[in-house]
Write a protein that binds this ligand. Structure first.
Ligand SMILES: CC(C)(COP(=O)(O)OP(=O)(O)OC[C@H]1O[C@@H](n2cnc3c(N)ncnc32)[C@H](O)[C@@H]1OP(=O)(O)O)[C@@H](O)C(=O)NCCC(=O)NCCS
Length: 331
C-alpha cells in the first residue's frame, strides 16, 4: 500500500480581532483571569453572515495552491466542523459546490475538537487503499455566533474563536515521508461533560421556547473534568501512536496539539517530559478553534520553520465526545 502525505497546507482566519479587553466590556471577566487560566490573549470572530464553509473555502484554496493542485484534482472532501452552516446538509457538499467540482464525494466529520485528526486518519486510509489520490481535508469553525456572551456563559465564551485550516493528502512519492500511524479513541460516557444540547431531534420543533430561554443551545462544559481527561488522554494517545509508528518520544521534533488551552499544552509537555518548545502553541492569538486548530497550527509551525522536511511530527487532539486521537508523520 502506498503511504499518504500532506502535500499542501492552508489557513484562513477572519480579520476581526477580539481581545480580552473587548470581552471585559461584554461580561464580568478580566484579561488577567483569561491569560492565567488559558493563555489566550485574542481570538478572531467572523462578521455575521460568514459560515464555516466560507472560511473553509479560503483555507482549501490556499492548501490546494500550496500542493500545486487545482480544485479539479480533488477526488474526496472530508470536512470537519462542529459548527456547520446548517443542521443538514453538512459543509462538505457546500464546499464542493463552491469549488465547482461536479459530483466529487464529500463527507462531514462532526467530531468536535478531534475532527481534524479523525479526518486525517480517514484520508490516510482512503489514499492507502489506492481508491483516492487527492483528498482535501478541511477543519473550519464559526464558534462566535453560538456563544453566550453574558457573564453566565463566560467560562466558554472566552475560550473559543473562529477560523479554518486545510490539508491536501496524496500518495507519497518518497516512502520515508508521510503519515506513519494514527490512534483514535472515544468515550461517549462523557458526552455531556462537553456539549451543546440544542437544537435536538429529541424534541418536536428541535427547540422549545423554554430551552431557548434556558440557553440550552449554548455549549456547556465541565471544565475541570475536561482538563483532567485531556491531559491524561493526550499523553496516552501520543505514546500509542508513536508505538504504532515504531518511534519513540525522543525522536520527535515537534508535537502539534489541538489548541484547547495553553495550560493543557504545558501540562502535556510536562507529563511527557518534553521541553515546552517542542509543543507548538498559538492559542494565544486564536483561542480554541476546535476542528480548525490543528491545520492552522501546522500551517504556522511550517511557516515559522518549526517543522522541516524529514522531521518527525505528532498531531494530537482531545475534545467533545469525549473523542481523541493522534497521528505521527514524517514531514
Ligand atoms: C475552563 C478552565 C480554564 C477553568 O479554570 P479553573 O481554574 O478550573 O476555573 P473554575 O472553573 O474552577 O472557575 C474558577 C472561578 O472563575 C470563574 N470564572 C469562570 N470563567 C471565568 C471567566 N471567563 N472570567 C472570570 N472568571 C471566570 C468561575 O465562575 C469560578 O468562580 P467561583 O470560584 O467564584 O465559583 C479550565 O477548567 C480548563 O481549562 N478546562 C478545560 C477547558 C478546555 O480546554 N475546553 C475545551 C475542550 S477541548
Amino acid at each position: 500500500m502506498p503511504r499518504s502525505r500532506i502535500t499542501g497546507l492552508g489557513m484562513h482566519v477572519p480579520l476581526r480581532v477580539v481581545t480580552n479587553a473587548d470581552l471585559e466590556r461584554l461580561m464580568d471577566t478580566s484579561d488577567a483571569w483569561i491569560v492565567e487560566r488559558t493563555g489566550i490573549r485574542e481570538r478572531r470572530w467572523v462578521e455575521p453572515g460568514t459560515g464555516a464553509t466560507d472560511l473553509g473555502l479560503e483555507a482549501a484554496r490556499l492548501a490546494l495552491a500550496d500542493a500545486g493542485r487545482q480544485a479539479g484534482d480533488v477526488d474526496f472532501i472530508l470536512f470537519a466542523s462542529t459548527t456547520r452552516d446548517y443542521f443538514f446538509p453538512g459543509c462538505g457538499p457546500l464546499l464542493q459546490d463552491r469549488l465547482g467540482i461536479g459530483t466529487v464525494a464529500a463527507m462531514d466529520v462532526h467530531n468536535a475538537c478531534s475532527g481534524f485528526v479523525y479526518s486525517l486518519a480517514t484520508a490516510d486510509a482512503l489514499v492507502r487503499t489506492g481508491e483516492y489520490r487527492c483528498v482535501l481535508v478541511v477543519g473550519a469553525e464559526v464558534q462566535s455566533t453560538g456563544l453566550n456572551l453574558s457573564t453566565a456563559g463566560r467560562d466558554m465564551a472566552v475560550l473559543f474563536g473562529d477560523g479554518a485550516g486545510a490539508a491536501v493528502v496524496e500518495p507519497s512519492r518518497d516512502e520515508t515521508r508521510g503519515l506513519l500511524a494514527s490512534a483514535l479513541h472515544a468515550e461517549g460516557a462523557h458526552a455531556k461533560d462537553l456539549w451543546a444540547e440544542a437544537p435536538t431531534s429529541l424534541v418536536m420543533g428541535r427547540m422549545t421556547p423554554a430551552m431557548l430561554a434556558e440557553g440550552r443551545m449554548y455549549p456547556q462544559m465541565n471544565g475541570r473534568q475536561v482538563f483532567k481527561h485531556a491531559t491524561t488522554r493526550f499523553s496516552e494517545v501520543i505514546g500509542e501512536a508513536l508505538a504504532r509508528a515504531g518511534h519513540t518520544l525522543d525522536q520527535v521534533a515537534l508535537i502539534v496539539p489541538h489548541q484547547a488551552n495553553q495550560r493543557i499544552g504545558d501540562a502535556v509537555a510536562e507529563r511527557l517530559g518534553v521541553p515546552a518548545e517542542k509543543v507548538f502553541q498559538n492559542i494565544q492569538r486564536y483561542g480554541n478553534t476546535t476542528a480548525a486548530s490543528i491545520p492552522i497550527a501546522l500551517t504556522e509551525a511550517r511557516a515559522e520553520g518549526r517543522m522541516k522536511p524529514g522531521d518527525l511530527v505528532v498531531l494530537a487532539a482531545f475534545g467533545g465526545g469525549f473523542a481523541w486521537g493522534a497521528t505521527v508523520m514524517r514531514w
